[in-house]
Each structure stands twice: as structure tokens, then as C-alpha cells.
Design a protein around this ligand. Sequence first.
Ligand code: BGC
Ligand code: NOJ
Length: 816
Amino acid sequence: MQYGYFDDNAREYVITRPDTPYPWINYLGCENFYGLFSNTSGGYCFYRDARMLRLTRYRYNNVPADAGGRYFYLRDGSVCGGDVWTPSWMPMKSALDRYECRHGMGYSRISSARNGLAFSQISFVPLHDTCEIHKVTLTNESNVDKRIDMFSFIEFCLWNANDDMTNFQRNFSIGEVEIDGSRIYHKTEYRERRNHYAVWAVNVPIDGFDTDRQTFLGLYNGFDHPQVVFDGESKNSVASGWAPIGSHRIKAKLAPGESKTFVFVLGYCENHEDQKWEKQGVINKKPANNLLAKYGTPDAADEALAALNEYWKTLLGRFTVDAEDKKMARMAGIWNQYQCMVTFNMSRSASYFESGIGRGMGFRDSNQDLLGFVHLVPERARARILDIAATQFPDGSAYHQYQPLTKRGNNEVGSGFNDDPLWLICGVAAYIKETGDYGILDEKVPFDNNEALADTLFVHLKRSFDYTVTHTGPHGLPLIGRADWNDCLNLNCFSKTPGESFQTTANFESGIAESVLIAAIFVFTGPEYAEICRRTGRNDEAQYAEKAVASMTEAVNNHGWDGGWFLRAYDAHGKKIGSKECEDGKIFIESNGFAVMAGIGVNDGRAQKALDSVKEHLDTKYGIVLLQPAYKDYHIELGEVSSYPPGYKENAGIFCHNNPWVTIGETVLGHGNRAFETYTKICPAYREDDSDLRRMEPYVYAQMVAGKDAVNHGEAKNSWLTGTAAWTFVSISQYILGVRPVFDGLLLDPCIPSSMKNYTVTRRFRGADYHITVDNSAGVEKGIKSITVDGNPHDGTVLPAFGDNKVHNVIVTMGK
Ligand code: BGC
Ligand code: NOJ
């Protein structure tokens, strides 16, 4: 069943009933201030860091689900006894005569109605400011006068989200607020080391307020039964300790047909250390005044929203798709890129599965995410690369994670994930291919965040490359360390203790366990490194790199092939993993997809065999599972991978991130039909009408879909923050639709289903616009017969970087 539909012209997903199979969320914000926003107005917001500077509370894993948000309670006095309801459905689960939630690019709009009273709320974070705006309109659609009481409600988080959930002996005594007219200030800890506060304001005079949770709700009530609202009277409570909240009461009289609009702003403000106070105990409200002055009227809010819309229009205008297959077109042209921007902003920190207090930015994750957004915000990709590279160690290894607020490597997690260094090469190569900016290689970048150890970015790449070259095992394959891309293949962490981290308990530096996947990543990225060297006049280094790639390919040929597919690894005892000899885990997806992507075995039929085996053993209706057979038991020598019940996560779940590697592999072999099939299987838009099983948003990828061994095969989890976004975008835009940035320009190399007869792609690339029309009336899967550019025949398949700010019309005719 479907719970909504795509409105492609508006770039919105329209949810038509509130009881979606899971809260379906959106992200507000694109710079420093962010909000998570569900289709029933649940969620929370934070300034830059979801752990350190969280403005509002959210209760993860709560019953009922999705507890905490920006709520508006309405009390309709024209209905006998006073009808109390929540127009976003939650938290009261009010029966609604009408409901709709439109999630758009950086904003969400909820509209509903009950008993002739219509409500609309549009929520967004304006560009360049640190606040959420909620513009609320009430309309009397009945033919009688209405007396409405509206109560706003948010619950403040005491900034550090982790302490907020755990350190109650302190927290219950520190909450502080100030109230000034319609403005409620949250200033917990401002008296001491913080120089920031939050403000929850509305642009009209109010008829009461509350700031103490217990007073507002009643100690034994939930969000669904706030005492104050049912009493119809604010208590003007001033929080002191316990749980500070913000609630305004607004009385509105509405004649039939009349509308009233209110602008609520939830903002984050900072003061300089020496300007914190207006007078003893009274915060300096200047920054709040400035912020609120900007958004004091509905028109001002509308203008800010229009600017936000323009921002997204321009951004997504850099890559657009038109095709008969609307599902593909809307995913590739809109939602997939949108999700890539969200992973750029959030990494893996805050979703409805990532609580925002756990992980920082991943070294490998951020480098891979970059593949999906570099064409949208190349300047920000550049800055990101330099931040990431600064957390690399002088020997080329890297902190596995770093903190976005401090940009420093995370000591608790440390290093030792031996695929990490190579992803830096992959990210930098993508950046240079997109921009042609070799200058980035000369940037001085610290090692280990230490300026004294700074060297050029090129040296960072060399250390990355050399790290793999110098850390090989008995078969000449790369040592795996704590894990490679598969965080759960922990071949040197023998953990027996419940609760211990599988990744950081590296207690067995075998010097033996090797990864065929890292070898394949090396063979994929090594030539890019060599190419960068050659193009910057480093010919000796290029030769050295090419040799190293050749010998790694040899190692894979000699020790990484299992007869029907590529092996996955060797464990610390030198035993094969991902081999027909194994009882479970005979075949894995990652090494097979990546090896073929890297071109290994393409000339001798092994690549074809490997992908045939993947299809035979790993493919399902909902995508390709990570391995088969699933591990039935815990294997201390394999680690976390065998800790999951069969069919979930890395233990034979459909771990979507690596499905596009197979898609790309299929295009390397020229299989357009098969490539597209693997693409569509995990693509959420194709499962829109299957939402009861899939459960996650039909407009974003999920990290995992339960595999065939799981009870709930086909059910998705961990939506939004996944490397799937970047890699699927690469697979569809660069390898299927075949518009691929290369060092010399834009390569055209479509590999599509034979049934796809034509499509167009527009692409902004190095300062020019390419309007590319592909004609496949020949019905082939791959192969270009001719190309014209601006009406003239074009030799070869690489379009030059015109860089002239003009539109160039390109016609590609496929055929033999
Ligand atoms: C998950 C992995 C994740 C790792 C590190 C594991 O529990 O299964 O997907 O990469 O934790 O956060
Ligand atoms: C999620 C992690 O963020 C990513 O780094 C890892 O590659 C995958 N899980 C697979 O384990």
C-alpha cells in the first residue's frame, strides 16, 4: 500500500495519511543549523553538532514512537466543551478531516483540518541563519465564528544530548529560562561556561506561557494530554530545574473564512564572552533581537522560504534527468542528490536510527559521501577533503572518525581500519575529475591535526597509497587490520566479553589476516593515483604506482580467486573467508562487486563468472544480500559479522551500500539490463506501493533491507544516513546514464536497459552546461554510434571542459 505520492514538479513527497509505517522524516537546514522533522511534526534540532549543541529533546526508541517535536495544540471553543486536538496528528492522534504532509527540499508543510478549522504549518531553516521557522496559519472554514486557543510546545534539551539523557542528579537542578513578552529564552548553563542560549518566540503578543514541563503536562500525563491545554489556561510557569519547556498561548478569534498567520522562530544565539549579560542574571538579547527582527512577519518568512527554494533549484539544476521511467528520473534528479546533501551535512550522526550522540564523521564514509555531492558543492567538497586529510597519521593510516565540531580525530575509536587511506585517494580523484583543480594537491595539510607535521595534500595521497603497499600479508594482499569497509569483519579482534566493542578490541595483531576487498579498492583507485601523478609531472611515481597496482592484481589473480568468484579475505589463521570451502559465508558481495569495478578478470571471463555467481547465490527480489550462507553461529575469529542474526545487517542483510558496486560491475561488462535491474531493486521509489513491508520512506535509501534469511525479508532499516546514497548516485548518473567526469572532461558511456529508448541529462560541469540527449532507438545496452556537439560531429566520447558558461547541446546516438 502507498501512503502518499511524489509531486515531481514541486520536488516534494506528499504523505496523505499520518500513520505511516514508521515516522517518515525530512531534514531542515543546509549550513549550521539543522532539524529532523517527521510527517507528524516530531523530531528535534541542533546547532552544528547533534550531541554537543542540541536545542530540543527527542526520545529515541520511545513508546509511542516519535516522541518530541514542535507541537501545536488547538482548542476550538466553538465546539461544545472545547475541542482539543493536534493538527499534526501526533501527539494526540487526533481524528482529522483532512491531512497532508509535504516533504520538500529543506522544508516540510503539514496541512490538516477538523471541524471546519484548517491548520497549516510550514517548517524550514532559512539560509544563513541559525533557527527554525514554523509559519502557522489557522483558517476558519466553517460558517460560525471561532474562538481558538493555540498552545505551542517544545521541550528544551540541556545542550549536551548525552548528559541530558543520563546525568539526572545534576540536570534536575540546572534548568533556567527567561521570559520576555512573546519570547521564551532557554539559558541553562549560560551562567557558567556557555555563551549561547536558545529562544522560542512568536511574532504576536501572547495570552500566557509555560516553561515548566510538569506544570504544562501534569506529572503523570503524556504529550497527548497536556493539562494546561485541557484546562484552556496557561499557568505562566517559570521553570527552575527539572525540565524546561517553551509554550505560548495565543487566543485567536476567526470569523467565517478568516485566516490568521503566526511566525514561530526557534533560534540559537551566541554572545561574546564579555558581552554575555545585559545586567546581573539577565542575558544579553541582542543576537536574538537581530534574528527575530528578520522574521517578524509572514512576508519575511515567505521571502526566506523563497530564497531557500531558489537555493535548491539552482543546486539540483546542476544535474537533471528526464526519462520515461519517472521513478528513476525523480530519484536520480531529485531525491538521491538531496540525500547526498544530507549525508554531506550529517555524515552518520543524526537520523531516526543514529541518535546523534554516537559517531563522529567517518574517514571512509566522508570520502565516499563526497562522490555524491562533489558536483553540487565543489567548493565545500574541497574544504571537506582538507578537513578529512588533516586527521590522517604520518604513516598514511587514519583516525577512523573525527568530530565535526572540533575537526579532530577521535581517540576512542583510533585507527587501524586498513581500507581508510585508500578512500582519500578516491575522494580527491573524484574532486579533481569534477573540477580540474589540481591546485588542491599543493595545499598544506596537517597530519594528525598537528600543524608542525603539515605537508601537501599530494604527500597525503602518497602516504595513503604507500600504506597499502607496505602493509601486505602472506599472500601479498593488504592486511585488513581491525576491519575494512565491512566494519564487522573483525579478523584481529577476538572478543568474548559481552558489550565489548568488536572494532576497537584489537587484541590480536596477526599480521596475517588479509582483505581481497582492499586489494580490489587498491586496483580501482591506484590507477587514479598514477594518473594524478602523471598529470602533475611525477612520472617516476606514476610508474611506481602502476607497478604496485600490477602486482596487487597478480596477488588477487593468484590468491583471491576461488574458482567461481572472488574470495573475501584470509583470517588470522590463514583460512579462507568467502570460499566454497567454508561452511557459512561461502560468497560475499563486496570483493566481487569491487574487483569487477576495478576491471579484474574482465578479459578472462572471471569477472563475468563472479557476477553470475553473485546473481545465483546472493540476489533476491529486494536486492543483493551481503553474503551467503548467513552465519548461524558466532565465530570469534570473524567478529561482529557473525554476531547478527541471519539476514540482518552485515550478516546476509541487503546492505545497500555495496549493491551499486555490482551495478557498476555490470556496466563494466556492458550489461545494461542487469545493471538497471540491480539499480531498481534497492531503489525506494520502485517500492512505494510496498510500504507496509518496506516501512521506510519511499524517497530515500536505507542502509539495510532485511535479507532472505530474516523473518522480515524486505523490511528496510536505518534510512537516510548511508553511503548507499553516494554510490547509487554514482552508479545511475555516471555508469548507467553514463555521464562521467574524467580527468580530461566529461565522458559519455551509457550502459542502459535495451528497453530505454531515450533520455536527457543536463549537467553543469567546470563552468558550462551540457544538455545531453541520448537516442537509443537502436535498443542496445551499450555502445555509441555517433555524438554531435552543438550540431557538429564529435570524435571520441569525451566532451571537453568548455568552461565558457554556455549551454552545449549534445546528441548521443547509441548503436553498434
Ligand atoms: C554496524 C556497522 C557499523 C559499525 C560501526 C556495526 O554495529 O553493523 O554497519 O559500520 O557498527 O558503527
Ligand atoms: C556503516 C559504516 O558507517 C560504514 O563505514 C561501513 O562501511 C558500513 N557500515 C559497513 O560495515
